[in-house]
Each structure stands twice: as C-alpha cells, then as structure tokens.
Design a protein around this ligand. Sequence first.
Ligand SMILES: [Zn+2]
Length: 298
Amino acid sequence: MRYLFALLAFFVVLPAQAALRVVATVPDLAAIAQEVGKDKVKVSALVLSSQDPHFVDARPNLVLDVSAADLLLVVGLELEVGWLPTLVSGARNPKVQTGGAGFLDCSQFVGLMDVPTEKVDRSMGDVHPGGNPHYLYDPRNAIAVAWGIAGKMGALDPSNATSYQNNAKDFIGRLQSSIKGWEQKLSAIRGTQVITYHKSWTYLANWLGFAVPINIEPKPGIPPSPSHIVQVIGTVSSAGVKLVLQEEFYQANTAELVASKSGAKLVRLSGGTAFEKNETYIQHFDTAVTKIAAALGG
Ligand SMILES: [Zn+2]
C-alpha cells in the first residue's frame, strides 16, 4: 500500500513542466521568442502585425496576458510608452514590472540609430524620443536580440537553458544564410533613393544601402501638412526617388499622391511578422524583400 501511495505521489508531483509564459509587445519579438523557446514556452504578442505599435488600445484581455506572464519582452525606446504602462500596472504582476526578473528591454542588444542629440519632448509629437525603435526592420539586429532572449529564458528556466542556447544558435544560422540571400537579391539596387511614410525604415535602409532624403511625416508621429507634402513631392522628383515605403496600417492616400506625382513606386509592407498567423520572422522578410525587389526590378 505504501508503495502504491509512493507511486501515485510520483505521478502527481511530476506533471510535465509548465511552459514559460512569454508575452512580447510586438509580433516580431514574439516570433523571435518562439524560435528560441520552441516547445518550452508559450508565446503571445500584444500587438498584431496589422496595428501601429505606437498607438495600441490597452484592452482588458491584454491585461490578462500580462498578468499571467513569466517574461515580458519589450522593444523599448518609448515605443510602447503610450499603452504598456497601463497594462503592466493593471496586471499587478511584479515579475514583469520594469526592473523585475521577467522584464526584458531588447533595445539594449542593438546599436541604435536616430538617437537625439538634444532632449526631445514627446509632448511635441515626436514619438521616437529615445532613438529609433524600429530596429527589428533590420534582420541583422534579430541576431543579438535572439541571444539576449535566450540568456533571459535560461536565467528564468535554468533546466532548459541549453535548449534555449541551441535553439537560438539554430535560428541565427538560418537567419544568417537568409540574410546573405536577401542581400544578393537586392545587391543591384544599393544606393537607390527611397522615401518612407513613417521614419521606421531607417534600419532597413541602412542595411540595404538605400538613401532616404525625406519622410512623408515631418516628424515621427506627426501627419504631414499640405506644405510638407509639396516639399516631399519636390524632393522625390529632384532626387530621383524610385520607391515609397509604407506600413500597411497607415492610410495610403498621401503616399499614393506622392507616388503618382513623381513616378516613384509605392510599396506597402506589413509592419511586422504575422505571428498570429504562424508566420515566422524569416518568412516575413522573404515577403518584404520579394516585394521590394519586384518594385525596383532587383
Ligand atoms: Zn515609429
């Protein structure tokens, strides 16, 4: 009888280990976390790829996600400042508060662009006061972010630390060979003049060697005035801009106007990996690169 109890106890206290619950603010981070954590984690994203990550409705179901999280991955640089603090304070989950063991600001892993040299006041409308937060638009930055996430997952769940390291290594290997392929595909169009709606393609332009003489938004987060649009059309014509890049979640009309007045091609891309549809980060870039190459004849 005692053995029977011991045997039962053995089965009762040894359920499959609960997966680490990971909540990422944006779907690109969720997709990278999924690659690193695989079956050891349960990942969700607070923002859809069809949403502007600067402006998100802090709905109650998102509070529930944050309250159950073991690890919260954020882009940082105040990308999420308009909505995440409301979710985190509502969630009452000390693990994922800023500075908590389960909080990871991924901006620490990358070399930042557009860091203001003077203090920028967000009340004046610029939504990039800490530097440009769209660093995952350069797939090379996902390498360091994947390592950083693997380190954090290993610290929170030491028994699977080796798995996280191995998964990260495998993902990075696949990503690096994809990056080589994308660079080859677009090598003929390095130096192309490109403009963008929001100043979110800076890292992608830097990666692919595009020159960006102006943005349709005069400042990140500020819609263009008619006089600024006139200036943009002038620059597009005089600089010989070939391509207008814009996220699909922005209204297309201004970018369409600029493209039609200048002969540049408008390419609208997803603002991130469609993690909610099981798209991977690599598949997302494959699509983006294919669209850019088709528009520019690369
Ligand atoms: Zn932005």
